[in-house]
Design a protein around this ligand. Sequence first.
Ligand SMILES: *Cc1c(COP(=O)(O)O)cnc(C)c1O
Length: 402
Amino acid sequence: MSNNGADKKAGTRLVGAGRKPEWTGAVVNPPVWRASTHLYENCAALKEGTQDNADGRFFYGRRGAPTQWALADALTELEPCAFGTVLYPSGVAAISGALMSVLSPGNTLLVTDNAYEPSRLMANGLFKRLGVETRYFDPLDLNAYRALFCENTKAVLIESPGSLTMEVCDTPALAAIAREHGAVSMIDNTWATPLGFPALQHGCDMAIMALTKHVGGHSDLMMGSVSAGERLYKRLRQTAQTLGHVVSPDDAALALRGLRTLELRLQKQTSTALKIAEWLQKRGDVAHVLCPMLPGSSDYDLWERDFAGACGLFSFVLKGRDADARARLIDALELFGIGYSWGGFESLALPANPAPIRSAAKWPPEGYEANDKQVIRLSIGLEDADDLIADLSQAFDVMGPA
Ligand SMILES: *Cc1c(COP(=O)(O)O)cnc(C)c1O
């Protein structure tokens, strides 16, 4: 599929992406095509339809209809160097679909140690059972990473920043090393989206997103996507068709609606998050603020080098407090919901415990006091920054001094 308008800025591309007259007609957005059966004119047309597995051609509901095609096309247009995008019923399905498209029994998979926990569970469970060995790497140690490659290493799963602890890694270097070894590099790019980090342009082979988060943006749909160049796109598509992955046209229409305001929401959430991160950094009861776009933070330099934008998701670590104190703080928040997911218009707070998940890169890392380990992850929504800061401030008061 095309990369129309690739020379335009993100905001302009977001408005026009995926809008084709043959799919939308005279209205602005593609109608919701609810379809399982597509009817054929006659037997000859039916036969032709079965043989031709082309994109954008009716066949049967499992291959989608214009609502889903418009969304897939829009995402392709937003990802420089992408040939096509496959949609999945969730972000987790997108990760499994990407891995399934390249891995076979006997292969080795490398996974960043700060990866989203369900990605690890998938590697340690399903893929282990299918005969794929997983090795975890410290995302900040290129030499150790390079040493893990073997003849059978066929895929590398990167996540940057890690969605709990926010380490930014040298993704272009990780992807280049994977390529030298003939392995496919895939990145879970949910945090930055192609607006903040055009992953294929930075050398990754597949760009994965949980559309559930920023693209949906309104906490009311589940979906995932993988974008890739021509050769890998074809493998992704074939695998998704084999596995029977489809998304509903209603959800595709919602995701397209979310997409139009993606840049606006990300910009506002980033600037509010930064204000809150700066405020947290000045507090004596906060030991660390894990926020790549915060100048002076340990991840700032790589973020500044590689990223064109950020989002509202970051974490902080309480100084010398226990889990009860953390729960008092979170429970006292009035404007932050408590829940999984992120990237919606409403702010969320989540207690997190990275330590037991890790295997290659110890957490807390070097330089942390032993008692500085209560992590709180914030997903900043569209509320006013001063109101959110006031809410956090009163919740710190409720938590009380150590
Ligand atoms: C939420 C999330 C996913 C999975 O998305 P779902 O739609 O919830 O399956 C994948 N990666 C990251 C980093 C996430 O935060």
